[in-house]
Design a protein around this ligand. Structure first.
Ligand code: AMP
Ligand code: GLY
Length: 430
């Protein structure tokens, strides 16, 4: 079979690598891919319109990595071209693209989450904040590249966030605001496979299957300090997540979400990412993402002890409920190396040296994100988050030591990484 992977990040390199391990897969076409997929076994990078490439190359199925093409309806176009696609259609993708819509959905179907109110008038929003008091959370409705959320500790901070967003800080994304109660706790990410279609209410085949939980580390510096980033490293599974937490998540978040997708008659065949806060009253949903997380994918997919191509086919073919998710024992740790200066200004084109012996002796895998091959076929940086070094261990300690030891085999000018991914005090909490 031939698979198509759309996207150019570390998540997409990981998806392509995992697909390539399947004996069913002859070729993985990555559009556009990156410097990692360029060198990956069975993988080939191509530039151009993904739907045209999928048709011309006669791929058997497609996997869409990032949210932007999904919210623009790429899954609708691929299905219309006869290509089974892992990734929700536009209607489902709106669960990430609009915070208001996702909160309306959560409340309608009884998904455990923070109480909230939506505003389109500034006066009403300011009034609400003053009456409510702090802490309080102000969210721009639309996609704002991960920057549209202000967790305000004071009323003044919240009022400023309302003013800035409604005055157009994020363009139209902030014309509508969701103002939400503050939740105290530690965060985790649960990624899951989803197979729901318009006919699911009749066929009884609808299913969401959760993967092992994971945790991202979004702040730049050790101890969860410094500015927010796209993610500085992930672990799978976090040791503090109990079976009781996962049972509560299943009952109070996953199952009501599934009921909602069925009742709304969505064609949602893809992945969903539950951003959760573990509060003293149990897990609460912070958000849905309509895709796999990055860098969570780099820690979760290597833990899979099943064929990822089979999973994709079960999702698109509505046989997910019969699919058995088997997991490796132990832990996966994946710290991310970034360009010096990230998340602000950073240089590009820095040559990356990779000591393969050092990586291999630790059994680690390098997943490339912001790096490409230059004209001399050297791997050079092209983005802020450059790569993740992912390693497995039967204990958390072993996985951690292997990942960090392997990372010492990677060098580029300005390279920076957190030294505490997965350690106590490293997780985002409030
Ligand atoms: P979101 O994009 O909605 O996940 O929000 C981004 C980040 O803001 C989350 O990862 C949390 O760290 C924080 N956050 C969002 N909503 C809340 C809330 N209700 N209470 C506390 N922190 C929150
Ligand atoms: N790791 C967070 C995200 O993918 O949005």
């Amino acid at each position: 079979m031939k698979a198509l992977v759309i996207g150019s990040g570390g998540r997409e390199h990981t998806i392509a690598w995992k697909l390539a391990q399947s004996s069913k897969i002859e070729e993985v076409i990555c559009v556009p891919g990156n410097g990692g997929t360029a060198d990956e076994a069975k993988c080939k990078n191509m530039n151009g319109d993904a739907v045209e490439i999928a048709k011309n190359e006669k791929v058997d199925f497609a996997v869409v990595g990032p949210e932007d093409p999904l919210s623009e309806g790429i899954a609708d176009k691929l299905w219309a071209a006869g290509i089974p696609t892992v990734g929700p259609k536009k209607q489902g993708a709106a669960l990430e693209a609009s915070k208001d819509l996702s909160k309306v959905f959560m409340e309608k179907y009884g998904v455990a989450c923070a109480a909230s109110k939506t505003f389109t008038d500034k006066k009403g929003a300011l009034e609400y904040v003053k009456n409510h008091g702090a802490p309080i959370v102000v969210k721009a409705d639309g996609l704002a590249a991960g920057k549209g959320v202000v967790v305000a500790k004071t009323v003044d901070e919240a009022l400023k966030a309302v003013n800035d967003m409604m005055d157009g800080e994020f363009g139209d994304a902030g014309k509508k605001l969701v103002i939400e109660d503050y939740l105290q706790g530690v965060e985790i990410s649960v990624l899951a496979a989803v197979s729901v279609t318009e006919n699911s209410a009749k066929t009884n085949k609808a299913c969401i299957k959760a993967f092992l939980p994971a945790r991202d580390h979004k702040r730049l510096l050790d101890g969860a300090k410094g500015p927010n980033t796209g993610g500085m490293g992930a672990i799978c599974p976090p040791q503090d997540v109990t079976e009781q937490t996962m049972d509560a998540f299943q009952k109070n978040i996953l199952e009501p979400t599934l009921r909602g997708l069925i009742e709304e008659k969505m064609d949602y065949r893809g992945f969903i990412f539950f951003g959760l806060m573990l509060t003293k009253d149990g897990p609460k949903a912070l958000e849905y993402n309509v895709r796999l997380g990055d860098p969570e994918t780099q820690a979760v997919l290597p833990m899979m002890d099943f064929d990822f191509a089979d999973l994709c086919l079960a999702i698109t073919g509505e046989t997910l409920s019969d699919f058995n998710l088997q997991w490796k024992k132990g832990f996966q740790v994946a710290p991310v190396a970034v360009s010096g200066g990230y998340p602000l200004k950073y240089p590009k084109g820095k040559e990356i040296s990779v000591d393969s012996a050092k990586i291999n002796e630790n059994g680690a895998k390098v997943f490339v994100a912001g790096a490409v091959k230059n004209e001399s076929n050297a791997l050079v940086t092209s983005g802020g988050r450059v790569l993740a070094c992912s390693a497995h261990g039967s204990s958390f300690d072993e996985a951690w030591k292997k990942a960090y030891s392997a990372l010492e085999g990677i060098k580029f000018e300005g390279m920076f990484y957190r030294k505490d991914i997965g350690l106590p005090g490293a997780a985002e909490s409030n």
